[in-house]
Write a protein that binds this ligand. Structure first.
Ligand SMILES: *Cc1c(COP(=O)(O)O)cnc(C)c1O
Length: 433
């Protein structure tokens, strides 16, 4: 399998190079040159297949010869060592809970898959040639990357996060692992962290001293394994004998874009719905036909505070850059923080379900879409555990949230982070540690 750059100005590369490079040299996102549908028999008997087999069959063609099948299957097995339950919340509406991984967010699957691929590619290298994954986080990404790469040989991870701007649980997830994971607490905002990371990638003084790479969501190894969720949910809902609609709360649109790849592989998805917060570039585009990126706005669903969704170019490519085709497959809605809080209350009081603010937006969007579609069964993706957002969930609900075991064992652990405020400090830390 080869990948080309969506900016069309860089050489085609293998899966391995796409993973190692992250972004193409022309700054374009990598996209697979060819997408082969899975045989119809695969979908006819999907309920008889276990999740590891399904995932392996789905990802195989995208990895190609770069990882032998037995090793790839082992990677998939390790990545998927937790559950992806589908629960009925009310008639015709299901939730797909993606938060049962080690850091309680759906990003665990992509981060773990990418970590294991990089680890595999580094395995046979001279051991001195360590790579350093440098990543800025506003919360969920850092924890998933830290955990995914923990103890992966040949890879050091350095995570920058804005001091005082991530939740206590998120901070503990970043700062208590140790070993090959280092946390840098930046006196500044997420944007400051991001700017420092970008500067480091362009800084030639690291040459020969540290090989820097990124683990952000545009990497094909983080993006593609998110396809698995859609296969798993379809497998559970198939017996209802109805068309299936997926509603995905979105920020960078990587998750939903992976669902669209699953559809390309032949997964019978009737329609996609996306819910956003006030950062509503895509819903506006679907309405007006004008794609206007914006500076991001802060909301209570902060993992979706994205004003320039990086994966949207991939979605355009999947639907041949044809707005009418896209509209026939995707409907978008946006919601305010007040509407999100109301949805949290509604779900809790009427359906005894505790959602997080991101999942609540997925629920709202699904309800709105299904008003005009009575034939389908809907599933919304619950992208993080509510315990990660205690500071923004209404108090009466917070009191009912039970701490998962992984959180209980995390809280007493000691935080270790290097405090910095300038790029120069980051640089000297990277050059001396
Ligand atoms: C990252 C994240 C999202 C947004 O996912 P995208 O792939 O960027 O659209 C939604 N919810 C939570 C909890 C997240 O961490």
């Amino acid at each position: 399998m080869t990948y080309y750059s969506l900016n069309h100005n860089a050489p085609k590369v293998s899966f391995r190079e796409a993973v190692v490079n992250g972004l193409a040299p022309d700054k374009g996102l990598y996209f697979p040159s060819e997408i082969k549908r899975l045989p119809t028999t695969f979908f006819e008997k999907i309920e008889d297949l276990d999740p590891v087999t399904i995932a392996f069959e789905a990802i195989k063609q995208f990895v190609g010869d770069d990882i032998p099948e037995n090793d790839l299957k082992e990677i998939v097995r390790e990545v998927l060592s937790f559950d992806f339950p589908v629960k009925e919340v009310e008639e015709g509406i299901h939730v797909l809970e993606l938060y049962h991984g080690p850091t309680l967010a759906f990003k665990d699957v992509g981060a773990r898959f990418m970590a294991r691929c990089l680890g595999y590619f580094n395995k046979n290298k001279e051991t001195q040639e360590k790579v350093t994954v440098l990543v800025a986080t506003s919360g969920d990404t850092g924890g998933a990357v830290a955990n995914g790469f923990y103890e992966v040989g040949g890879v050091e991870v350095v995570i920058l996060y804005p001091s005082g701007k991530v939740s206590e649980i998120q901070e503990k997830q970043l700062t208590t692992l140790g070993k090959n994971i280092s946390a840098i607490e930046v006196d500044g905002t997420f944007d400051d962290c991001q700017a420092m990371v970008k500067k480091a990638f362009l800084d030639s003084e690291f040459e020969g001293k540290r090989t820097l790479t990124s683990a952000n969501s545009i990497n094909v190894a983080r993006w593609l394994p998110q396809m698995f969720y859609y296969f798993f949910a379809y497998r559970k809902l198939k017996s209802e004998g109805k068309k299936v609609v997926f509603s995905v709360p979105s920020g960078n649109f990587g998750n939903i874009c992976a669902g669209m790849m699953a559809q390309k592989l032949g997964l019978p998805v009737h329609h996609f719905v996306t819910g956003t917060n006030a950062n509503k570039i895509v819903p506006d585009y679907l309405k007006t036909g004008e794609y206007l990126t914006q500076p991001s706005v802060a909301t209570i669903s902060n993992a979706m505070d994205v004003g320039a969704p990086s994966n949207f170019v991939r979605i355009q490519q999947i639907y041949n850059n044809d707005l009418e085709v896209l509209r026939s497959q995707l409907t978008g809605y946006s919601y305010s923080d007040d509407e999100t809080r109301e949805a949290l209350q509604h779900l809790y009081q009427n359906h005894n379900y505790i959602a997080d603010p991101h999942g609540a937006i997925g629920y709202l969007a699904l309800k709105e879409y299904l008003k005009d579609d009575k034939e389908s069964v809907g599933v919304f993706l619950e992208t993080a555990h509510p315990v990660k957002f205690l500071d923004v969930i209404p108090k009466n609900i917070v009191d009912e949230i039970q701490l998962p075991d992984v959180v209980k064992s995390l809280l007493p652990k000691e935080k270790k982070a290097e405090k910095i405020s300038t790029y120069q400090e980051l640089k000297s830390w990277l050059l001396t540690n």
